[in-house]
Design a protein around this ligand. Sequence first.
Ligand SMILES: O=C([O-])CC(=O)C(=O)O
Ligand SMILES: [Mg+2]
Length: 545
Amino acid sequence: MPSTTPPPARGMSLLNDARLNKGTAFTTEERRLYGLEGLLPTHVESLDRQVERVQRHLDAKPNDLERYIYLSGLRDQNETLFFRVLMSNPAKFVPIVYAPTLATVCKQFSHIYRRPRGMYISLEMKGRIEEVLRNWPVTDVRAICVTTGGRILGLGDIGVNGMGIPIGKLHLYTACGAVPPDVLLPIQLDIGTTNTALRADPLYLGLRREPPSEEVLDEFVEEFIQAVRAVFPRCVIHFEDWKGTDAIRYLEKYQDRIRCYNDDIQGTAAVTLAGLITALKIKGESLAEQRILFLGAGSSGLGTADMLVSAMKLEGVSEEDAISRITLMDVNGLLETSRTDLSPQQARYAKTMPASKDLLAMVKTVKPTVLVGVSTAGGAFTQDVVEAMSALNERPVIFALSLPGTNAECTAEQAYTWSNGRALFAAGIQFPEVTLNDKTFYPGQANNFYIFPALALAVYATCPDVITNEMVIEAARALADQVSPISQERGRLFPPQSDILEVSITSAARIAEFIFEKGAATVDRPTDIRAWIESLTYSPRYAEF
Ligand SMILES: O=C([O-])CC(=O)C(=O)O
Ligand SMILES: [Mg+2]
């Protein structure tokens, strides 16, 4: 039954409330009852007709940045319509409100700024964070996505301009995971920025100072975490795009203590694992037999390496053996034992091998079956490298994951061309299909959006006290299990983006079941988990007043 409770506002205030506003879809009756007569054009429209108008506006815009600006404005006016548009065609709109457009948005965030969204907690609020959080109008926030802007996509430290990312990630919680939008809160921790060009920009919207010492930052983050727990006790904290060392440090510190996860470390790792599981189904091999070479040993590379170790261990491989199967290189070359610049997390993978900065030489020495790029070194997978991988492997697995797209280690076309169509390829962005000698290849997009909306929905539903790596691995398995045999035959490593909502709900039901089975849920187990998850999801429809 539709709700018939009167809206909490009337007249112009009702039209200005994005959550309640229906614009031209207010019925004649509603217009009469709630003081809207005369405030709207006469004709009453359906939501679908409104979507059609939005579509025309979007078509008339010159580029995706303008489309993003327009859609952000729409969200400020009419949230239901905004999500209806996004959810009507995720494959079309995800690239506008998320990657790749978000890279442009973040670079120019202070310049294209229109209205506030989410919260900005600055270092100057230290000692008062709890009080500040209480300014947020919603009392039962269930998910916070928080960044310092310290490492946004492959753009480096861009301070508060990074706010586009938590906003964009949470848009996908709803558009791709059907998590209700009013329980979500994007937060920018403004700790200053090392980016001197931004600090000199008169339109820059953040603190104009260097970030503080690690010690001061640790205190600030601890205060923030405790404040979130006090104000929003059922909330999950999603860390996104922090400086790599901060990302690793805080995940280690908090993962076993609070309900949190790091999307760059765990989400990227899980989607890579999912792509790899599918690639191995196509190859008919097990994870335990692989040799994996990473270019890039930052938070994503290490997070993925760690998750592969965990997944191999679940297949019965010893930790030592699993680690020996993984080789990492970074800008300073191979992670090997004579290096003095390695963090403890990196040192775990250091090999007793001579130093080398030469990727091609490393491919020839290590003979990897899988090559993963998380380096932001655009073009690093050269023709020689791809050819060497193809000489070693009947079906070389090549993942060029760096973002934005110009940072990809190679393009889909290069991977397929240089491997004579044999590569099992994925990238961080969606490359177009490639046709070679009359055969079409479908590059996968190994983006963490295949993981975090589903994980978020499962966590929203079951509210576990902590999020374990096993839960994240379950998310990867659930995703891989949704690539149909026909898709696998065509070399597709991920389900189609057009199905993302259905895929996320299916994954969420699997993750939720896993959480119940582990005894980690803090709510009662329903008889039909899938139906229960669906009953909790948001769908963009107008309430009846
Ligand atoms: O946002 C994305 O598309 C993927 C991601 O997390 C990152 O690159 O930091
Ligand atoms: Mg990220």
